[in-house]
Design a protein around this ligand. Structure first.
Ligand SMILES: Nc1ncnc2c1ncn2[C@@H]1O[C@H](COP(=O)(O)OP(=O)(O)OP(=O)(O)O)[C@@H](O)[C@H]1O
Ligand SMILES: [Mg+2]
Length: 302
């Protein structure tokens, strides 16, 4: 496993940063760490990169306890809300980071070329960062994080300030990194982002994990079924309530939740065999946004 944590917990005095976070992330995964503002996402990442000491719990990164010096050389970190000096050029910034990583001159020049290529900023490196768009600024930040050729990248809300085009550009970089065998831990409150790009995720709220799993399991844990049907008698409706006691029925429209796709043809045959007229039956996946809002509002714990 590339990241393994066990009950990782951080208190700031009496205040919870995050509590009992247990995750494992495999090589080549894009793992989503999803939660609303103040949920504890940045706290968690900062512990894994060695910027904060955990209050309790365990954490291993690339097989070693967090803070290990050799491991630090193999990880890249893009902090949230970073701001570079406007007067620096992209090249200045990369050179500065290369010196922090102690890359020798020749190696640094080659690496800078390589990372500029990955983040699609070749040709822009001689311009001042103050002239870059927000998307370009995020990408130059990513380029810095990529300089040490890390096996693992921690990205703290890399797309929050970007427009849809900028987001897609960063997403494309993440999938490219995955195809290069790198592992990415992505902090985000942007549900659509996590839905599109991540393989697995945890959802956290108020410092604790409230949902976890492969992306498709998180999303497919519920399906909404919309049915347009007429002439439904109470016997048919009662049978449908066995699938979802909370279904709603008005203006010849049924709206219900089902657990898996297989239920749809059973439901269709119940309606037809019961003498109903079935006009339309459409299952749709609950969006991550709905899953998230239900969990966060309901305060569900796991
Ligand atoms: N240095 C600190 N001192 C005290 N409390 C802190 C500190 N840093 C974070 N917190 C608190 O810890 C909790 C988690 O904060 P954190 O920044 O980890 O959340 P987050 O999920 O990254 O939020 P955001 O989406 O706003 O970036 C919040 O209640 C926050 O107020
Ligand atoms: Mg944060």
């Amino acid at each position: 496993m590339v990241i393994e944590t066990e009950n990782l917990t951080k208190y700031y005095g009496n205040k919870i940063g995050c509590r009992d976070i247990t995750i494992s992330v495999g090589k080549g995964e894009i793992f989503g760490f999803l939660g609303p503002n103040g949920a504890g996402k940045s706290t968690f990442i900062k512990m894994l990169v060695g910027l904060l000491f955990p209050t309790s719990g365990k954490a291993f990164v690339l097989g070693k306890p967090v803070g290990d010096v050799d491991v630090r050389k193999k990880i890249g970190y893009l902090p949230e809300n970073f701001k570079y000096q406007d007067w620096m050029t992209g090249e200045d910034l990369l050179s500065f980071h290369a010196s922090l990583y102690k890359l020798d001159k020749k190696n640094a020049a080659a690496k800078m070329e390589e990372v500029l290529d990955i983040v699609k900023l070749k040709g822009h490196e001689r311009y001042r960062i103050g002239t870059y768009s927000k998307g370009m600024q995020q990408r130059i930040g990513l380029a810095c994080a990529l300089l040490p050729d890390p096996d693992l990248l921690f990205l703290d809300e890399p797309t929050s300030a970007l427009d849809p085009v900028g987001r897609k550009e960063v997403r494309d970089i993440m999938t490219k990194l995955r195809s290069m065998g790198k592992t990415v831990l992505l902090n985000s409150h942007l549900l659509s982002e996590v839905e599109i790009v991540c393989d697995s995720a945890v959802i956290i709220n108020k410092g604790s994990v409230i949902k976890r799993g492969k992306m498709e399991d998180i999303l497919e844990s519920k399906l909404i079924l919309e049915i347009h049907a007429e002439d439904l008698n109470s016997e048919v409706l009662n049978k449908l309530r066995d699938f979802d006691p909370g279904l709603t029925y008005s203006n010849n429209m049924i709206n219900m939740e089902i657990k898996d796709k297989d239920a749809t043809h059973h439901i269709a045959s119940i309606i037809i065999n019961g003498g109903g007229k079935l006009f339309e039956l459409s299952p749709r996946r609950v969006s991550l946004e709905n899953v998230f809002i239900n969990l966060v509002e309901g305060g569900e714990q796991r």
